[in-house]
Write a protein that binds this ligand. Sequence first.
Ligand code: ATP
Ligand code: MG
Length: 140
Amino acid sequence: MAVQCTFSIIKPDATRRNLTGAVNAMLEAAGLRIIAQKRLRLTEERAKAFYAVHKDRPFYDDLVKFMTSGPVVVQVLEGENAVDKNRQVMGATNPAEAAEGTIRKTHAISIEANSVHGSDSPENAKIEIEFFFTPEEIVG
Ligand code: ATP
Ligand code: MG
């Protein structure tokens, strides 16, 4: 498996608790390199667009409200098999089901306030990276 990029978000529940560095340390310990990173506040419009795939799910409105409730840190992560590796270090969507040692088991509060987002495929990683970053902002 070649070197790959994936997209990551440190969500408002984690930035609120000052866990940006703690999350980054877990990503780096897993062998992922943070090759782009910025802290921003999502507008309602941007959060709706980012999560458009979930627009018919019952949790969509709450998810948009949560994702706009505080700062997020958006990132590009690089590494061997980065998409799957990041999903592994994140853990299951519901922290109650996440494996020991994962970010969500260690830090997440609930199935919604679950501290991190990670792309679920290389195709979505490309789309999500381009949603937030210009090529000049990504320094591998
Ligand atoms: P993400 O896309 O954020 O990496 P994921 O791929 O593990 O998470 P998805 O099914 O894509 O999970 O859901 C996107 C996000 O929507 C979840 O991370 C969580 O914040 C929220 N979410 C998912 N399921 C629920 C639910 N049943 N109730 C409330 N919020 C939910
Ligand atoms: Mg997802």
